[in-house]
Structures are given as C-alpha cells and as structure tokens.
Design a protein around this ligand. Sequence first.
Ligand code: NAD
Length: 355
Amino acid sequence: MDTGAFNGKRVLVVGGAGFVGSNLVRLLLSGSPEVEVVVVDNLLSSERENLPSDEARLELRVGSIADDAILGEIRDEFDTVFHLACFHGNQSSIHDPIADHDNNLLTTLKLFNHLSGFKRLERVVYSGAGCAAAKKTYDAASATTEEAPLSLDQDSPYSISKLVGEFYAVYFHKQHGLPVVRARFQNVYGPGEVLGAGQWRGTPHTVWRNVTPTFIYKALKGEVIPLHNAGASTRDFIFVEDICQGLIACALRGKPCEAYNIASGRESSIKELAEHIVSLTKSAGGFEVLPRRDWDTSGKRFGSPEKSRTELGFEAKVPLEEGLARTVAWMQDNLPRIEGCMAKHQAQLEALAGS
Ligand SMILES: NC(=O)c1ccc[n+]([C@@H]2O[C@H](COP(=O)([O-])OP(=O)(O)OC[C@H]3O[C@@H](n4cnc5c(N)ncnc54)[C@H](O)[C@@H]3O)[C@@H](O)[C@H]2O)c1
C-alpha cells in the first residue's frame, strides 16, 4: 500500500471484524506504524478472533452501528471511515429481510446521518456491490462500468440495501457534503473468510457464505462440488488483498460521491473456479450438475477496472490461480478453527433438516 499514508490518522472500520474488514485492519496496521484503528462490529457474521488481540493501536467496540449508544460514541475524531457492515448474505436476506434492513441499510443511513457535519473527516469509503449494479444476463456479458444504468430489478434484499446505500452516499454528499466514495466490489475471495463465522442467520448459507470457500472446503474434504446452472455463470473474482488496496486507494485518491469498481476485470466461470480448486486440492469428489438457483438471475458479469486504473491508480495484481492457491493453503492451516465455527450451527442445520 501507500506505506505510511495513515500515520497520525484515526481510522474507523465499521464491520471491521469481518472477512474484508479484518484483512483491511491488518493492512492498515502493518502499512502505517502510527495509525490508530477503531472497529465497530456486532459479530453477526464474524468472530472476534479475526482481529489481533494484542494490538495497542486497535480498539474493538462490539455492537451494532445502528445502536444509538454505540453511534453516540463515534465522535468527530476520525480522518477516515470505512463502512463494511452488512447482513451477510443474499440467501439470509431473502429469509429475513427485516434483519437485512436493520444491519445492511439502517446501518448505512444512521452512520452517514451521524457523520454529516463532522469537520475532521477526509473520506468515508462505502462498500457497494458490483452484483447490484450489473446487468442481468445469461448471454455474453460485457464489463459493467460505473456509469451503467442501475436497475430496480434486484434479486435480494441484500442487493437492494447495497444499492440504496449508494443512493444515500450520493444524497449525503450532495446535501451535507459528506466526503463519501463508493467502492463497488466484485466477488472477493481469500484468506480470512471463515465458514460459519458469526451467528445463525436463518439458512444453511449462514455456514457456507461465498462460492470460493464453500468449494475449497468441499474439495479439501473430498466431497462433491455442486455446480448450479452447470457452473456456466461467471464472476469477476478478486483477491482480498487487492480489494483492500482498492479500498485504500478510494480513501486516498477517490473523489467524493464517485463510484469506483474494485474489480479484476477478468471473467471466470464457476466451472473454471471449481476446476482450479479440484486441481489444487487434488480432490476426488467430482462435480454435481444442479439446476439454476431460483432466486438468482444474475448470470454472467464482471466489472470494468478502467476508471479505477486511470483515476485511482488501482490495479488488481493477484492472478486467480495464485490467489486460490493461497486461499487453499490458508484454509488447510485453519481447518480446526473453521470447523469449530461451522459446528456452532450444526444444531440449527439438523433442526432444519428434520422439519
Ligand atoms: N465479499 C464479497 O464478495 C463482497 C462483494 C460485494 C460487496 N461486499 C461488501 O463488502 C462488505 C464486507 O463484506 P465481507 O465479505 O467482509 O462480509 P462479512 O460478513 O465478513 O463482514 C461484514 C461485517 O459486518 C458486521 N456487521 C453486521 N451487522 C452489523 C451492524 N449492525 N453493526 C456493525 N457491524 C455489523 C458483521 O459482523 C461482519 O463482521 C459488506 O458490506 C459487503 O456487502 C462484499
């Protein structure tokens, strides 16, 4: 990163115990010896252990950013705010749209409203979702640009909340001068994504989270990898280190109000992803071809990295094969911890299976 760029700065990371957040916190701490970081996280989809426990420059406040008592403790003493809290993920939000509202949208509204008028604040970086902005297609996809028209037709409350979060970013910038930059993530993968992290959120997807760690876990266990829609859907997979560099570039060089794709710009099919993982893990489990998931109409998509490259100087550096190899190695090394988190949800899973 821009070494030392956050020296002497106070940084707030909302949702900072999560997958991306904990990677970002570590990068901030390692890149700037004189940074101070405060994390607010209610540990809904993360574990306290994701963050270093013996770091004097880091303070973890456990609670929801939508809670007035927690929010009231956030004073005008931060230079940068990264807002990464969400209700994880699509299926859980379909199961419980109110919980999604409370943790994915109300969080954004209350945080932006609270920060408006702060004098010290240089940048707020909001984590938007490329999936909410992408055109829904099963034909050949073209790279989604930041200027592509946004659709009202969204697949999940999660997606709606991410998009409305961007509407609020624009509103609070225009009406109240909040210096908020919209970082639109593509599909992030990498070390630190713990299957089963956090609390039960109503469906087995609480355990399985995203496609990459799910496939790697099943491959490591020699289990069958499920290929919905024959694995024909495509995504723009971006390594978590690259996403964190993109977030930092948004904080340092992003123009308030603007959206930036933090994307690799490379389109890979789910089948290709599965094949890489099987080859890296030498799994004998094979694949199972399944029908398309009925809620998912997102099909093929990838993001254009052009604007981020020219305006932020950001480029994703880690190729998929290398990123997957590092993720497989991390999951192998952390299997007991991951399986401990997965086991927490076993009782709910068994109750679901029996009902
Ligand atoms: N991972 C991806 O592929 C991806 C893609 C697009 C966008 N994003 C966005 O990036 C952000 C980080 O994603 P992630 O993959 O690290 O998810 P994550 O679930 O690991 O992290 C989200 C964090 O927010 C916390 N949180 C939830 N409700 C909260 C609340 N009310 N107050 C405070 N904290 C709360 C969770 O406990 C968790 O630690 C999210 O906003 C997500 O929507 C992620």
